[in-house]
Each structure stands twice: as C-alpha cells, then as structure tokens.
Design a protein around this ligand. Structure first.
Ligand SMILES: [Zn+2]
Length: 233
C-alpha cells in the first residue's frame, strides 16, 4: 500500500480528534453558564419571596393601625357614655361601640391569620435560602470540574496539534496545496474513507477509475463532497 494512504488515514483521524476536542472544549463555558443560571434563578426566587413577605408584613401593619385607631375610638366612646345627656345618645354610643368591637374582633382574627401566613412564607424563604446555598456549592464544584476538564482537553489539544504537524510534514508535495485548502474549509470532512466504492463522508458512489486511483495513492477528490479520498484498511 502506498505510504501516502497511511498519512491520509492518520490525518483524517487527527482531524476527527481535533473536532471532538474542540466540541468538548466548547461545552465547558456552556456548563458554567448553566450552573450560573441555576444560581441566578434560585436567588431570584428568594428575592421574590422576600419581597412578597415584605408586602404581606406591611399590609398586616396597616391593619394593626386600623385596629388600634378603632380601639382608641371605642375607649373614647366608653368615656363619653358617662357624660351622656339622653338615653338616645347613650344607646347610639353603645351601638357604635358594639359595632366597632365586632369589627375589631374580626380584624384581629384576620391579622392573626396574616401573621400565620407570613410565618409559613418565612419557612419557604428559609428553604429557598438553603436551595441557593446548595446550587452555589454545586456551581463551585462545576467550576472546579470544568477547569480540570479544560486543562486536560487543552493538553490533549496541544498533543494532537503536534501530531497533526508531524503528519502534515509527511504529506507528499502534490497533496499539500489541496490538503491545505480543503482542510481549512472542511476540517474533518476534508477526508473521505472509501469503502466498496462509496465515499464515507457523503455516502455517494465513486467511479471504478477513481477507486483505482485511490488505491494507488493518487490525489483523488470526491466529486460530490470534495473530500480527499483514501481507502479503508
Ligand atoms: Zn464524498
């Protein structure tokens, strides 16, 4: 078998490895971004929950003010009961006091329920804060793993790039120009492994003459996809 065929096979494998390594490197920032989004989302949920608690708290405080004002009025009316000039006025004040007492009784129940709801919301906020801590830890772990993976992939990349240079140096001169042009444009698809007269890259059939050229190590380019062809082992 002509030596050039081994070089072409090596170059194809090396380009495939480079593509694979680059794809894996590209996934690294995506993993970091996903971890950051988890943290951001968890923070947002906690912030929203705290804002809601604040709103509920203010509403409860307002209702407490209403309660206090009404209680003060009741006391005031109770004082005036003693100075009443007529039975009619006395009865009117009594009725007003009763009506306010009834309203305040309902309102204090309502305030109690509001504070119970706030307690529950605070428990939920606590869980959300724990979730924030969990995803932040997760993010930290992801960042460490990604840094390790990136370093390993970059080491592999350097090694494979050195292999590429060595393999390229072995390429016969008549292949160099086409190889440079096609590999720059197509990366790993710059090569097609021929098996049973078919190009492995585009799956189209090649002519018997082309197949013969491929087997004898002549520079042969797939008419369909433009890949440099070499035979399967
Ligand atoms: Zn092809």
């Amino acid at each position: 078998m002509p030596a050039v065929l081994n070089v072409l096979r090596d170059l194809h494998r090396i380009h495939q490895q480079l593509t694979d390594l680059r794809e894996r490197l590209e996934r690294c920032p995506r993993l970091l971004k996903a971890a950051k989004k988890q943290v951001d989302d968890a923070h947002q949920l906690l912030t929203d929950q705290k804002a809601e608690i604040q709103t509920f708290h203010l509403a409860a405080k307002e209702q407490e003010l209403v309660l206090e004002e009404r209680a003060a009025k009741i006391l005031d009316r109770q004082a005036r009961l003693k100075e009443c000039a007529s039975n009619k006025e006395y009865q009117m004040l009594k009725d007003e006091i009763q009506s306010d007492e009834s309203a305040n009784s309902k309102l204090s129940d309502k305030i109690l329920l509001a504070y119970e709801a706030i307690d529950q919301q605070q428990e939920q906020a606590q869980s959300l804060a724990e979730e924030v801590a969990r995803v932040e830890q997760e993010q930290q772990k992801t960042a460490e793993q990604v840094a390790e993976r990136e370093a390993a992939l970059n080491t592999d990349l350097e090694r494979i790039q050195a292999e590429l240079q060595n393999a390229e140096a072995e390429l016969p001169s008549e292949f160099v120009g086409e190889y440079r042009r096609i590999s720059a444009a197509k990366g790993e698809d710059a090569f097609g492994q021929v098996s049973d007269n078919y190009c492995g890259t585009c799956s189209r059939q090649i002519t018997a003459q082309m197949n013969n050229d491929v087997l004898t190590g002549k520079l042969t380019i797939c008419g369909s996809c433009g890949a440099i062809l070499y035979p399967k082992e």
